[in-house]
Design a protein around this ligand. Sequence first.
Ligand SMILES: Cc1cc2nc3c(=O)[nH]c(=O)nc-3n(C[C@H](O)[C@H](O)[C@H](O)COP(=O)(O)OP(=O)(O)OC[C@H]3O[C@@H](n4cnc5c(N)ncnc54)[C@H](O)[C@@H]3O)c2cc1C
Length: 424
Amino acid sequence: MYELQVTSSEGVNEVDTGSDTSPDSGAGSGSDKGIVIVGGGLAAARTAEQLRRAGYAGRLTIVSDEVHLPYDRPPLSKEVLRKEVDDVALKPREWYDEKDITLRLGSAATGLDTVAQTLTLADGTVLGYDELVIATGLVPRRIPTFPDIEGIRVLRSYDECMALRTHASAATRAVVVGGGFIGCEVAASLRGLGVAVVLVEPQPTPLASVLGEQIGQLVARMHRDEGVDVRTGMGVAEVRGDGHVDTVVLTDGTELQADLVVVGIGSHPATGWLDGSGVKVDNGVICDEAGRTSAPNVWALGDVASWRDPMGHQVRVEHWSNVADQARVVVPAMLGREAPSNVVVPYFWSDQYDVKIQCLGEPHATDIVHLVEDDGRRFLAYYERDGVLVGVVGGAMPGKVMKVRSKIAAGAPISEVLESPESG
Ligand SMILES: Cc1cc2nc3c(=O)[nH]c(=O)nc-3n(C[C@H](O)[C@H](O)[C@H](O)COP(=O)(O)OP(=O)(O)OC[C@H]3O[C@@H](n4cnc5c(N)ncnc54)[C@H](O)[C@@H]3O)c2cc1C
């Protein structure tokens, strides 16, 4: 559902393989090649920040195909789309200067040689590295059968958000394709802008594949209460228009008038530039539990990375707080130090209308869901797997969600929260 913006270079163009050619000069050795981070999002910024905080004083370079300073994506489907906020940079430019971090913006990485330890950029620049960090995030999925006409948008980047925002200001009727988090948030923001919205989701409810149908029904109800026409169990068969979208045909044959279509059907890891590098990729860059890839001195984190979990499963997470959690592990590992051993309970949130949906732990659609509170828009549900509390999901219930963090971390029996939900 997201799109990468490959933009013109504002970076430098020289060939730069670093003056230290010693093959074994490590990250902490003060080599001139230093650490190169590929990607200009949260994972890149957090990794750079952690490296400097950890005392790494070597050369540090961020390579991003976007022209913008690393920025925060969650506001794109919320405040930025609703025109409440414009500046979402994670750090001001001066911060990178102060920390002596070189930004190569508008420079897409196109190839990686893990033997020579060089990174090639789209403009032909070759950078040497001692350690390389892959933080290239995701590419939004599109629907190839849709025509190439105005008014069809995806949302991943700032530039995409601005284009969508411009379309939204002129739009009166939008169809949002996909009822995942991005689709639901975009639907809510478009309603806030006064646009009539039809939300189309092939599953029985929005968010069904993530949180299960029970919670999905609550979310659908909330959207319907806000005037969204939620159509589930179907997809979009065709989009029509002469130069600009005017009609969307659903798979049940319904024809909808629309001047905006937002495709929110998920994303895939941005790993095309790693083809031929030998870095193992399988639904993301395959990593161990500390972010080490299959190639020496190459690491990965964030949305693009599939880390091994304590059970030995490869897991790729597409949520904001996971990025900082991983940066706190990958940086000490890269510097040859002990990684923190505390148990991290995964967390994510989604803002839709005035409701903050918060998820703690690893709720799954196939878990047993105990809906213990449902007061219209406020709800609380515990997720049970094999008798154990594995997650909690709340709508506008921040205190009650956070209260069970320690129980989820401890793998407490579900009975502990069901018998006395107030005690947490
Ligand atoms: C619209 C939106 C709303 C979200 N809302 C929430 C939310 O409410 N809650 C939540 O928990 N999470 C949310 N997320 C998820 C969260 O933002 C991501 O988990 C986070 O941004 C991941 O950071 P990242 O650095 O791994 O990837 P990204 O932020 O995607 O950064 C990757 C960067 O790498 C660049 N890049 C890609 N390929 C190359 C290349 N070949 N060369 C150079 N650079 C390259 C990209 O252009 C991009 O700048 C949202 C995401 C989006 C898109």
